[in-house]
Write a protein that binds this ligand. Structure first.
Ligand code: PGA
Length: 261
């Protein structure tokens, strides 16, 4: 992986942890990580909206160099959208990364590429980095449609974004069949799709954007498989769900290079 693409390992806590548990989790994670870890890997955690302020306070008070992330945002800055949270509100909490278009949002909440695009734009408008998720279903993979499906999602989710925006963002390749299932894509699968995504970025937004965009792999990343996945030249990080809830496991994933064979 070129030096200009520092790996980003992100913990997506989903709808887990109340704010007491979130505080404990970030404290434990900070005890497990070292200055050397932060020098070689960017780390973000993505608590629920209700826990962002608590986690932000701990990160600030203890000067912990873990970035704060959100799991979603609304495309508009304000308005009559009961129950929603805007990117403007997240930016005020020093949120640095916003996951948009997670497959659970796409599948369970009907988000389209158009919605994901609007959410990515909202994050960018407030100087936050979107983590745009793409990935195929098992049926699509079996039908040989995975590459086309991902190409459609990349084109739709990133439509109209300018080159610097795409260069600075994160695209998470998360095959839906690997999320929360214990099934992981092999390093070869992750590399193949990572290279595919990078070539799509090159043709849509130019070689420079393709060289700098960070591509994460997500889907049952664990301490045992992180090193293999991270060894892929077109995998620049990981989006970790289940294993990020245990601070020791998550720290071992961040420490993947110590476990590399
Ligand atoms: P998982 O989730 O690591 O539990 O498979 C990944 C994700 O949904 O981001």
């Amino acid at each position: 992986m070129p030096a200009n693409r520092k790996p980003l390992i992100s913990g997506n806590w989903k709808m887990h942890h109340n704010h007491f548990q979130a505080i404990q989790a970030i404290q434990k994670l900070s005890y497990a990580l070292t200055a050397e870890d932060y020098a070689s890997v960017d780390v973000s955690v993505h608590p629920s909206f209700t826990n962002l302020r608590s986690v932000q306070t701990v990160l600030g008070a203890d000067d912990i160099p873990v970035a704060l992330g959100a799991q979603d945002c609304h495309p508009d800055d304000e308005g009559a959208f009961t129950g929603e949270v805007s990117a403007a509100m997240l930016a005020k909490l020093e949120v640095a990364y916003v996951i948009v278009g997670h497959s659970e949002r796409r599948q369970l909440f009907g988000e389209t590429d158009e919605t994901v695009n609007a959410k990515a734009r909202a994050a960018l408008r407030h100087q936050m980095t979107p983590i745009v998720c793409v990935g195929e279903t098992l049926d699509e993979r079996r039908a040989g449609q995975a590459a086309d499906r991902v190409a459609d999602q990349v084109a739709g989710s990133l439509a109209g974004l300018d080159r610097p925006a795409v260069a600075g963002m994160v695209i998470a390749y998360e095959p839906i069949w690997a999320i929360g299932t214990g099934e992981t894509a092999t390093g070869a699968d992750a590399q193949e799709m990572g290279a595919h995504i990078r070539s799509l970025v090159a043709s849509g937004w130019g070689a420079d954007a393709a060289a700098s965009v960070r591509i994460q792999y997500g889907g049952s990343v664990k301490p045992a498989n992180a090193a293999d996945l991270m060894a892929c030249p077109d995998v620049d990080g990981a989006l970790v769900g289940g294993a990020s809830l245990d601070p020791d496991d998550f720290a071992r994933i961040v420490n993947y290079r110590l476990y590399a064979i």
